[in-house]
Write a protein of this length. Sequence first.
Length: 94
Amino acid sequence: MVKQAIALDENFVLAKHILGDLSLDKNSDKSLDIYIESLKIAEVLKDKLLIGRSIRKIGIIYSKKGENDKSILYTNEAAGWDIVVRDTCSRINI
């Protein structure tokens, strides 16, 4: 039952990413709120892949908004999560 609840939460985060993508061109502030909420959920789930994806999306939004300092900060953080995820996957032979 716990695994099913976690799977639903992971799907919820992915659904929020899709919603954020759809909102991006119309309302970047709304998309930013969606991705920040997704990041919080991913952190609770301790899902490294979803954390990295959420952070990357936040960086993209800041770039589109012209907030380059924040964009670079989030993009660099996302790159760090990519390394963590790749390292984890290589340890379990994915």
